[in-house]
Design a protein around this ligand. Structure first.
Ligand code: SAM
Ligand code: FES
Length: 386
């Protein structure tokens, strides 16, 4: 059943990419089939004789990615600008009750300096990520966005600041932000409840994602693989939600325990299951921009290269000052905390080239994105530094 399902879904995805419109019904899959495929692979993880099945899935996802974006892997310079957070997600190493965490905020000048470093490295895409930090009022945020937009007009500005009101999202967009990352974390209500405090809700998280899309952001949803209490049915629901939302980007990485949290003693998500979820996402949302995450590189030294082989096509090298890297400790043993921005670029370039792909430092917009706001056609040519 699984082999024929993969072949059928691959065919649908390739057909979808040929289509002129964005009709997601072409690639639609049922929750039952998805749960069956996910369970099937979960059972085969330790079975050497089943490795060809993983290869079949990887090859299918890779062919779809090649058709959608070729072998280019897009760079997004990540600036982790605050680790203060008013929330207390049970899995997260920087939640408010993590009293051992040394808290920091980058100044405006430090953030601009990160952007200048990114510019020198050739990047055209910055991601400002942080906890939900009330210090950054809309006014402060908009001022920062305007400053980055003014100084780096041809660069995509992505925000990842958590749940805000429609009004705030609109203000940031008008100030010059183009993209927003907000993982939904899990699309199953009961599972969401087991991972978050009472005051947070899946309904609000989903509403934020629809708001962001409506405003005109390129939107990223996503989830962790192997979180406590997660079932194959939960993961199938995550994929079904992605098909409904049709985001431009999807962030998927293994859950990794963080000391001091409620989930500190749970097991991390596995490499195999994370790769399976990447490949399925590529087959279900074929045009998506899909990072090979730092978390994947943390659980396996070759994790990010393996991610490219299962349909991923984005990397997010860190631009934050090295002095704060270790303090943005979402989970234990996070890689790259001692490397500076140049080291991260060199390391990722090598990994991308050795895996048969090409580093690409353009804005890396979604295939359907129509330039016209801040985009300069000259900057859209791939710039490759080897
Ligand atoms: N505050 C923003 C938000 O809530 O979207 C952005 C920061 S948040 C730390 C970024 C992502 O880190 C989360 O969406 C979550 O999926 C991931 N994350 C948090 N704790 C993690 C853990 N223990 N293992 C793996 N990923 C984790
Ligand atoms: Fe807010 Fe993790 S609990 S960033």
């Amino acid at each position: 059943m699984v082999l024929s399902w993969i072949a059928g879904q691959q065919k649908k995805a390739l057909l979808f990419l040929d289509g002129a419109d964005d009709d997601m019904s072409v690639v639609l899959a049922s929750r039952q089939d998805l749960a069956a495929v996910i369970s099937f692979f979960a059972d085969k993880e330790k079975d050497e004789s089943a490795q060809y099945l993983y290869k079949t899935l990887a090859d299918a996802a890779l062919e779809v990615r090649q058709k959608a974006y070729g072998n280019r892997v897009f760079f997004r310079g990540l600036i982790e600008f605050t680790n203060y957070c008013k929330n207390d997600c049970y899995y997260c190493g920087i939640g408010r009750s993590q009293s051992q965490v040394h808290r920091y905020r980058l100044s405006e000048e430090e953030i601009m300096s990160c952007c200048r470093t990114g510019e020198k490295l050739g990047y055209h895409s910055y991601v400002l990520q942080g906890g939900e930090d009330p210090y950054y009022t809309d006014e402060r945020m908009c001022e920062m966005i305007r400053m980055i937009r003014k100084n780096f007009p041809n660069t995509a500005i992505t925000l990842s600041l958590g749940e805000k009101s429609h009004e705030s999202y609109l203000k940031y967009f008008e100030a010059g932000a183009n993209r927003y990352l907000l993982r939904h974390e899990t699309a199953t209500d009961a599972h969401y409840r087991l991972m978050h405090p009472e005051e947070m809700s899946l309904a609000n998280r989903k509403a934020c994602l629809y708001d962001l899309k409506k405003i005109g952001y390129q939107v990223g949803a996503g989830f962790m693989v192997g979180t406590p209490y997660q079932t194959p049915e939960n993961l199938a629901e995550d994929l079904a939600f992605l098909q409904e939302l049709a985001p431009h980007m999807v962030g998927i990485g293994p859950f990794i325990p963080a000391s001091g949290t409620r989930f500190a003693d749970f097991k991390a998500g596995t490499l195999h299951q994370s790769l399976v979820m990447l490949a399925l996402t590529r087959l279900l949302v074929p045009k998506v921009l899909l990072p090979s995450t730092t978390a994947l590189g943390t659980i396996d030294p070759m994790g990010r290269e393996k991610g490219f082989g299962y349909g991923a096509n984005v990397v997010m090298p860190n631009l934050s000052p090295t002095r704060v890297r270790a303090d943005y400790a979402l989970y234990d043993n996070k890689i790259c905390t001692g490397d500076d921005a140049v080291d991260c670029q060199k390391c990722l370039n090598g990994r991308i080239l050795r895996s048969g792909n090409m580093p690409d430092y353009t804005r890396g917009d979604h295939r359907d994105y129509v330039p016209g706001d801040t985009s300069n056609p000259d900057d859209r040519k791939p710039i490759v530094i080897v």
